[in-house]
Design a protein around this ligand. Structure first.
Ligand code: EPU
Length: 492
């Protein structure tokens, strides 16, 4: 297993290009199951999740071939397999995206339920409700969804749930409706750009879908779908992560290949926080822009909520939290899409952030300095937040379990290093932990250390520096979130 060793404190400088969107590419790849010819996708990032899905599609009779310039060619050579096995599905939740296409094209699908997830409950009831409305017979047996339908029929489907609509669920129902008899209307469809991109691919294959990007979709079923060629949209979450990387290191970074229309909420919030961003539209008239992050004097605290699109994406909530941990005051971040997506809080606290969780919100008391520490990544976006915080921290940090990061960011450390970051990928073993992070002996006179918060004790590092160590007990008397240096809510 690999880990990152990050030496922080270096302002980033330079240009970096955003890759194609992971969350658009994955359902789109699954849609190739429905095509009567090859589907060629451009700008598909080379990620672990993409490889996992290629492997799963391989078991379902689809051959995938990598071509130059991040193109991926997919072609069905055997349309008889219908089982998506647990061993592959459990590795990646997006595997559920094969459900709608298999059912629509092959009349049956047996897809493993994906199981638990670090970012909270992730039911698929809305996917199943939509497919049932189109006439599918669905049952759950021994951990598998078993869906059959002789012929799907158009219907009226409402896809709203307690936390908004569903991104991959809308894709599944759209796929099934594209080959159903008659007209389907989906109300409360997800409006995320990745869902619209999925619909664009289906339309390029011959589907008849109207209303993409709105909560109301009208889909007129067609007899068959052909092969097609499609350019995947740029990854808005990666773009946001790179912009925050510039801002959190007080750097000067140009982020290319950005659809600014997909980033309105992120740009608005960065502006609120005081991050200065210039936008250069493509002189050639394409919809891709280059965004320039300029060094900001001071970051202003804010309140923000992660919401379904066009709101602030839940997939940048953790990265925003890392940024706000450097703001000058108290911020509140709420996640209304995944209310338990806060496992990164405890790890950011290890890096010196002052964060207190209250239900589906986190209260962040900005601190002037973050400090290097050993931390553990717990999901994809949390890993990105830890890399950002570690780049902004004084000294060295170790980030473990970066396999989460590799699932969704293409060569992130190489790209950040090309901007001046100092991130090394090394084997995860004790010898590779920098001496500055190996604790040796307790420091006797802890009270002599200059610290604004209660101390449990202090330790001496191998390089001679002394650091303070807190305990949860020492925080019990603290009154306000601003005072709390380390306090965590219930484990999520
Ligand atoms: N939900 C239900 N019932 C359902 C489906 C979802 O209650 O049947 C709830 C979920 O529990 C959640 C909310 O609805 O509270 C939104 O879930 P959604 O179904 O939209 O999420 P998803 O389709 O499983 C995609 C992305 C996620 C991203 C979410 C929200 C892909 C492959 N994944 O997941 O991306 O966080 O939409 O925008 O597109 C990531 O990239 O790190 C990631 C987790």
């Amino acid at each position: 297993m690999d880990m990152f060793v990050v030496r922080g404190g270096k302002p980033l400088k330079g240009r970096v290009r955003v890759s194609g969107s992971k969350n658009a590419a994955l359902p789109i790849m699954a849609a190739s199951l429905m095509a009567d010819g090859p589907v060629t996708l451009h700008d598909v990032p080379d990620l672990v999740d993409v490889r996992t899905l290629s492997q799963l599609l391989g078991t379902l009779g689809v051959i995938s071939e990598r071509q130059a310039d991040n193109a991926l060619r997919l072609e069905v050579i055997d349309d008889s397999p219908v089982v998506a096995d647990y061993e592959l599905v459990r590795r990646m939740r997006a595997s559920i995206c094969v459900l709608g296409p298999l059912l629509a094209r092959r009349g049956r699908a047996t897809v493993s339920l994906p199981g638990g997830c670090n970012i909270g409950d992730r039911p698929i009831d809305l996917h199943l409700k939509g497919l049932k409305a189109l006439g599918a017979d669905i049952r759950i047996e021994r951990g598998y969804v078993i869906a059959t339908a002789k012929k799907l029929r158009g219907a009226r489907v409402f896809l709203g749930g307690s936390f908004g609509s569903t991104v991959t669920g809308t894709c599944n129902v759209m796929a099934a409706a594209a080959l159903a008899d008659g007209v389907t209307t989906i109300e409360s469809a997800a409006c995320e750009p990745e869902v619209a991109d999925y619909g664009d691919l289906l339309n390029a294959m011959g589907a008849k879908i109207e209303g993409l990007g709105t909560p109301f979709l009208r889909i007129e079923g067609v007899e068959s779908l052909a092969g097609a060629e499609h350019h995947v949209i740029p990854d808005r979450i990666e773009a946001a992560t790179l912009l925050i990387a510039g801002a959190i290191t007080h750097g000067e970074v140009s982020v290319e290949n950005v659809r600014t229309d997909h980033l309105s909420a992120v740009l608005d919030k960065l502006n609120d926080v005081g991050v200065r961003i210039g936008i250069a539209e493509d002189p050639g008239g394409s919809d891709r822009s280059t965004l320039h992050v300029l060094p900001s004097e001071k970051l202003t605290p804010t309140e923000c909520s992660a919401l379904p699109y066009p709101g602030l994406p839940t997939d940048v909530q953790a990265q925003f939290m890392a940024l706000l941990s450097r703001a000058d005051g108290i911020s509140v971040v709420t996640d209304k899409v995944f209310p338990d997506r806060f496992m990164h809080v405890a790890e950011l606290v290890r890096l010196g952030a002052s964060i207190h969780r209250e239900g589906q919100s986190a209260i962040i008391s900005g601190t002037e300095k973050l400090h290097g520490a050993c931390v553990m990544a717990c999901d994809l976006r949390a890993s990105a937040a830890l890399v950002l915080a570690a780049m902004a921290a004084d000294g060295e940090s170790v980030i473990r379990r970066i396999y989460h990061l590799d699932r969704g960011y293409e060569q992130l450390e190489h790209r950040l290093n090309s901007l001046g970051a100092d991130i090394r990928r090394v084997n995860d073993c004790a010898e590779n932990v920098p001496a500055s992070l190996r604790l040796t002996q307790p420091v006797e006179n802890a009270s002599s250390l200059d610290s604004p918060f209660h101390a449990e004790g202090a330790v001496k590092l191998e390089d001679g520096r002394q650091i303070r160590v807190d305990s949860a007990e020492s925080l019990a008397p603290l009154q306000s979130p601003a005072d709390a240096k380390v306090k965590q809510g219930p484990a999520s």
